[in-house]
Design a protein. Sequence first.
Length: 130
Amino acid sequence: MLLCSFDKQDFCIRCGRLRPFAGLDAMCGRDKPHGIGSHLKIILRRLGIKGGSGCNCSENARNLNRWNADMAEARIEEIVAMLRDAAKTRNMVFSNSIARLIVRRAISNYRAEASRMNARKEAQRAEETT
């Protein structure tokens, strides 16, 4: 198996995968983009906020992964409320505006990854037909 080759924005130039942690290698070859929930978890991890026992972060991320970018944008307040509830159970300070910014970044990362992966697939198809 190949390891991902990351660019300056921490995306693999071959498969489009987002590097989960700085300095961590990942196996290359993902055939579909991470979901919005996965991107949100990665951003929160980079900020030092990790899921723990008794938390439903992974379940929430899986639910968000079922949504496309347009659905997530339409339901951004629902996502922010979910983050607010998680912060409240952990006795963390919470800011609605920062949470919205983080959610928008996760959606943007999802769109960028999906776009890169679609471009890679189109290039592979064009290569196969020639």
